[in-house]
Ligand binder design. Sequence first.
Ligand code: BGC
Length: 404
Amino acid sequence: MNPPPRPRRSTPISPASPLRFPEDFLWGAATAGHQTEGNNTNSDWWARETRGDPAIADRSGDACDSYHRYPEDMRLLADAGLNSYRFSLEWCRIQPEPDYFSRAEIDHYRRMVDTCHEHGLNPVVTLHHFTIPQWLAAEGGWRHPDAADLFARFTEAILPVVSEGVHWVCTINEPNMIASSTRQDATGLLGNLPQSDPQVSDVLVEVHKRARDVLSSVPRIRSGWAIATQAVQAEPGGEVLAHSYSYAIEDFFLEAARGDDWVGVQAYTRTVIGPNGPRPVPQDSETTLTGWEYYPSALGYGIRNAWDLTRGVPILVTENGIATADDTRRIAYTHGALTALHQALDEGITVRGYLHWSALDNYEWGSYRPTFGLIAVDRNTFIRTAKPSLRWLGDTAKANALAR
Ligand code: BGC
């Protein structure tokens, strides 16, 4: 089966008119538990931070204290004009021990869903965003022989969180990055590019499918998973290498999403591969606080690749953003990314929404330095300050149109 054809729009658009988005388009911002909640002490990441890993500059500590302050986070997004909020559940809070599920924590996340609705925000709930309970990490993490059973059991336990008023559920955030972070033996031509572990990749596909089965008991839920797209571009002579890299790290996971209700596209920058491996970011290119090339069109590449490889599964942009201290660059980047998204809509691709990463300046897996937020967070007082980019994205959402 080929992807559905991409009809061209018949009505010509004048160059000055704003780019309009489909009715019911989701406009939102995303976060993840470990990066914002604070004191996630039962997680594998907390243990890693505590051990003093040399790759970790900062410990997460109190993070943004969103475990307590989430109503304020949601209010700021809603007041700006956004209509959606993506957040994740912390498995290790809900199941801190193999045979113990905390009702109080399940209630906590249910209150988050209710608070979304009080603010007119459509919740997008991620079941797993990188962190696992310490007890599971001690037993091999995703290599545990019963990994799929364990996650299915967790998914059953959290059904009260999503059983009412939740349409969008993401089973696993970036399985492709999880599969690469668990591989240790990757060397050779691909240099420091992430390379996935095939065994863990297969396990994650099974975990995803089992979780979707459990979620299918709630008719209203639409489930999918969210893939880190890489906008892989081959230079002459690099085609074979680019293809094999792209297949293992991205395409395999998109193909596994065929038949899902939706697929999440996450995009930040591009990867250029020449005959001898990945090309460094050109010296004269603008880079962000993560060292990545400023490349807003990455989103268009991610969307097209997802649409083609899933054979037409509806797309939700679950993350896209930039780490910068200059908020004018955040607005420019997001404008570029939304223009690329709109181009994909024009080509006939179904995109259901855009969730910016991130709502808050948060814990960027080892450091607080790369600031991705639409909202600044004072690290001592936790006082939130909306940035101009939040106002800009909220205005775009309210208009459901992007000024050119
Ligand atoms: C992850 C986020 C992360 C962001 C920026 C994505 O890979 O899902 O947790 O903060 O990229 O690095």
